[in-house]
Design a protein around this ligand. Sequence first.
Ligand code: TYD
Ligand code: MG
Length: 495
Amino acid sequence: MPVARPDPLLMARGSYDGQAISVNHAFRYGLQADPSYAVPMAKARSTYACTECGAQQPRWLGRCPDCGEWNSLVEEVARAGPSGASVGPSAGSEKPVTLGTIEPDTLPRLESGVAELDRVLGGGWVPGSVSLLGGEPGVGKSTLALQAAAQLDARGVSTLYVSGEESPEQIRLRAERLGEIPEGVQVLGETGAENIVGHWESLAPDFVLIDSIQTLQTARVESAAGSVAQVRETAALLSSVAKRRSSALVLIGHVTKDGSLAGPRVLEHLVDVVLGLEGDREHTFRLLRAQKNRFGSTQEVGVFNMEAHGLSGVDNPSELFLAERSAGSPGSCIVPILEGTRPMLVEVQALIATAAYGVPRRTCMGIEDGRVALLLAVLDRRSDVDLLSRDVYVNVAGGVRVSEPAADLALCLAVASSRLDIPIAADVAVCGEVGLGGEVRRVARADLRISEAARLGFRRILVPSPVPEHLGDIDCELVPISNVAEAVAWLRATS
Ligand code: TYD
Ligand code: MG
């Protein structure tokens, strides 16, 4: 056994027994024979971070105690920082100031020129801010970022585009595809965070884009690129530069299939703005949402359409979703949903078929399976629509995901319409939440939904009963519905 000298540093912190940790390290690195190695090794602290939730543990565990994920802990070796610092403000540290005496930040926002993006940001990028743009691979993050960079360049904002994923030639090809080449954008193919900072200091750009944060590496930590420690350290390093130089920094990050940012949930605390680009690759529709925004509302969403020449903003999403609607066929129902404060009309489709054998199939796209199962059970029990031993297929047209309960009644009516083979008239829209008793409940911001439907030419709108008074002056017929049985009876009466 090596007789390691107790490390005064560790002893002073009082957290570990100096000798024990030295032996532990020496054992792990196979250095038992030479005690002189034990002391320097003791300074490199090892922690274990969960790749799912970012929680840190002092030792390896098979299961993360914080998020319950199995086999997600990876070792991180960080150099020991200065310790034993004396308590109390040091020279040059910040002093408290009274709120009333602080001058408001007067730096104007950098308008990206991509209208839908500016809407979500609340007017543009804030100088000195750090934003995170997340999304699944292939959803269009790099495309959106390059479009924003091109627009900023056209406005004379100096821009640095750092790509660890694509070569400058590939970026040039993409820019050609997007239209006019933004001549002035500085492109850097680099993954070393320290080198990036060096170029940043010498070029002094106002807008810096990192594509993606998971490809960067800093010498401060020893783990591989993309690990929790690397992502956290590089992001911290770059944001400190952004704050100091008052440049707007945008970090692109990949998200895992369950929607969380790969590994570093820690990043979400570090940045000022978290943007998520959503949409599935089979469809062209994309939604940009602010999950966090220190400089604006998180209620705004941006709607894009992925075209041959990049992402183009969609002013009227309802028209996009309803363009291909085949009105007059049973099983289709229009519902005004809300994304943030933006109403959109989407088509919910249902198809009921006789189950060929065994347990009936229930297949749902764009709407949660559990919600559909619940509504089918309610419809089966609370109305005269018999759904037992039927296959049910549910789809939301256009690749939209509907998570609002306000679409419940529309789904029930689409199912009933397909089962009874009665089409819902083309000028009908439906909104309302359905409870387990079959009762139809009120929805949030019914006024926004109804006026959007009326604007697009829907003349009859099924709404939860009673109709709120302030909606009475809208130029269309509001049909109050109090339960699913009533809705089915209404459908039968219209045929
Ligand atoms: P990209 O921005 O590379 O995605 P991410 O950076 O999020 O991984 O976009 C990839 C997809 O977008 C790709 O499959 C092709 C499509 N695309 C278009 O349809 N039109 C375009 O003009 C561009 C640039 C990409
Ligand atoms: Mg990309």
